[in-house]
Design a protein around this ligand. Sequence first.
Ligand SMILES: NC(=O)c1ccc[n+]([C@@H]2O[C@H](COP(=O)([O-])OP(=O)(O)OC[C@H]3O[C@@H](n4cnc5c(N)ncnc54)[C@H](OP(=O)(O)O)[C@@H]3O)[C@@H](O)[C@H]2O)c1
Length: 276
Amino acid sequence: MLGRAMLARFGRGHMVEGVDLDQGDLGDAVVCRTLLEDARPGWVVNCAAWTAVDAAEEKRDEAMTANAVIPGNLVAACDAIGCGLTHISTDYVFDGKGAGFAEDSPRAPLSHYGRTKAVGEEAVEAMAGPWQIVRTSWLFGDGPVNFVKTIVRLLEQRPSLKVVDDQTGCPTYTEDLAAVVEFLVTSGSRGIFHATNAGSCTWYEFARAIAEGLGRDPRLISPCPSSEYPTAAVRPACSVLLSRQLEEAGCPPRPSWQDALARYLTLLASGRARFP
Ligand SMILES: NC(=O)c1ccc[n+]([C@@H]2O[C@H](COP(=O)([O-])OP(=O)(O)OC[C@H]3O[C@@H](n4cnc5c(N)ncnc54)[C@H](OP(=O)(O)O)[C@@H]3O)[C@@H](O)[C@H]2O)c1
C-alpha cells in the first residue's frame, strides 16, 4: 500500500524503481545485493514488511524475516554500494503507556510484530552510511485492504457496528506520508522521525468520521472496549507519535487526519482508485 504511494510521489521528479516479491525476495541477502548493484540507486526507501499484526503471532519466523532480516540485508547492500536508506517503521514498537511517544522514547513492543520491527530498526541504526527511520501509524490509502475500506464495507453489510474506543493513534494517509518521506530524502536529514497526519483519535472516533464522510448516520457505530474484540496480538492503548524531529528538519506541517480521510473517501467515490 505505502510502496504504491511512494512510487507515485517519487515518480514525479525522480527516477524511481519499485521492487516487489516478483522482482526478488529481499529476505535473501544475495538477491538484495544483486538488485542494488544492478540498479545503483542513489537512495533506497524500504516499504517491504510483514504487516499482518495478528498473523505475526503465529508466523513468527516469516514476520521476523520480512521485518528484521530485510532491513539488515538492505543495510549491508546499501553500505556496499554507498547509498542511503530510509526505513519505514511503526508505532507498535512502543508499549502504549502514556500520552504520546517521542522519537527517542524507549522501544518496548507488546506484540511479535512490534518486536520484529524493533529489531529491524536496530539493524538500520547500525548502518555505516546515511539512514533514516520513519515511524508511522494507522495507514490508509490506495491498496487492497485498510481500516477505512473495512468500515465502508461493514456499513454496507450490517445494520450497526461496534468499534474499539480504548486505543488511540494517528490515522495517516499514504499519500501524505510519501510527501514527508520525499521531503526527508531530498533534505538530507538523518535519524529517527515520526510522520503521521496531524491529530489523533480512537478507532471508534475514526470509524464515526468515516460514516459521516459517507453521509451515513455516525450513531450506527457504537464504542466497545478492546476486551470485547479479542485479537491474537496485544495492541498499544496509546500509540500517538509526537513528531519533534520533523519540525527540527523544517518539514511543512502535515494535514489533519480528517482532511486526509476526506481526500481518500473522494478518491474511493471517484472510481479512480486502483483498488476501489
Ligand atoms: N499498515 C499500517 O497500518 C502500518 C502502520 C504503521 C507502520 N506501517 C509500516 O509501513 C510500511 C508499509 O506498510 P503497508 O501497510 O504499505 O504494507 P503492505 O501493504 O503489507 O506492503 C508490504 C509489502 O512488502 C512486500 N514484501 C513482504 N516480504 C517481502 C520480501 N521478502 N521481498 C520483497 N517484498 C516483500 C509485500 O509483498 P506481498 O504483498 O506479496 O506479501 C507487500 O507488497 C511497513 O514497514 C509497515 O510496518 C504500516
